[in-house]
Design a protein around this ligand. Structure first.
Ligand SMILES: CC[C@@H](NC(=O)c1cc2[nH]nc(NC(=O)c3ccc(N4CCN(C)CC4)cc3)c2s1)c1ccccc1
Length: 281
């Protein structure tokens, strides 16, 4: 039977992050000593924002997923005032902070993360799940520097319709902006955006005004700066993902077979140098 967990089963550690509807704490399960991340959402907040369905969907979607590049949801529980998700702990934190600190990634690191994402998304799509909100803020790194997709709050079963454009618009596919029915190919588009951002340090359609970004997206106004110098294979992959007609985007399987990925991606999914392994501040 499902073990009934409660807060008293855990030693609560430091606060490690937060999103719109919850805070994440480092915690250790007392009996096993297992370190986890507890994502705590206050019910009062759920009431206020009519958020139950959203959280319920996050739980049932993430609970059914088991993939090395998808952050595990081990369990969940609630008490009078909170709903708590017991999540896998990703000890190297948010990928976007590592990207900002590094400025941009090497082709080896970028290809490794794109391959990990393609593998995770292929797995999700096979389970009829579209994440729909893949962006650096939702990507975490575990102790070995392996990528983990987190926060399935906006995930949905395939061919769902979500019409609220929320958060950063840089990653939105044209069909999302034009409010057409969207399928899992939106995640393929986003993979193209992320690959570009990993290599150049910022997303391809960035502009000062939101309207300009939206215009550049729907026009697929893609340009490759001359610096930093990026291989033509990488540009080839990006150009085959940032395609307006979603049916013409490279499939996740074809991404995994692309020459740039074959040549550069680390099979282990980890790119950190051995010397860094022991050092997690
Ligand atoms: C992705 C957003 C989502 N987050 C989760 O679900 C999250 C689940 C989960 N598991 N492990 C995490 N780890 C961290 O957040 C973390 C952050 C910084 C760290 N370091 C700082 C830099 N230092 C050099 C290394 C250690 C280490 C771990 C997170 S976040 C979310 C959504 C809604 C509300 C709250 C959180």
């Amino acid at each position: 039977a499902r073990q009934e967990w409660s807060m008293s089963d855990f030693e609560i550690g430091r606060y490690i992050g937060e999103g719109k509807f919850g805070k994440v704490y480092l915690a250790r399960e007392k009996k096993s000593g297992y370190v986890v991340a507890l994502k705590v959402t206050y019910k009062a907040k759920l009431e206020k924002y009519r958020f139950h369905a959203h959280l319920r969907r996050e739980i049932e979607i993430q609970r059914g997923l088991d993939h090395p590049n998808v952050l595990r949801l081990f369990a969940w529980f609630h008490d009078e005032e909170r709903v708590v998700l017991v999540l896998e702990y990703a000890a190297r934190g948010e990928l976007y902070k590592v990207l900002r600190a590094a400025g941009r990634f090497t082709e080896r690191t970028a290809a490794t993360y794109v391959a990990s994402l393609a593998g995770a998304l292929a797995y999700c799509h096979k389970k009829q799940v579209i994440h729909r909100d893949i962006k650096p803020e939702n990507l975490l790194l575990d102790i070995e520097g392996r990528l983990k997709i987190a926060d399935f709050g906006w995930a949905a079963r395939s061919n769902a319709k979500r019409h609220t454009l929320c958060g950063t618009i840089d990653y939105l596919a044209p069909e999302m902006i034009e409010k057409k029915a969207h399928d899992h190919a939106v995640d393929n588009w986003t993979l193209g955006i992320l690959c570009y951002e990993f290599l150049y340090g910022s997303p391809p359609f960035e502009a000062d005004e939101q309207d300009d970004t939206l215009r550049r997206i729907v026009r697929v106004d893609l340009t490759f700066p001359s610096t930093p110098s990026v291989s033509s294979e990488a540009k080839d992959l990006i150009s085959k993902l940032l395609v307006k007609d979603s049916s013409k985007r490279l499939s996740l399987e074809d991404i995994m077979k692309h020459p740039w990925i074959k040549k550069n991606a680390e099979p282990s999914g980890s790119c950190i140098k051995q010397k860094d392994l022991g050092r997690v501040k």
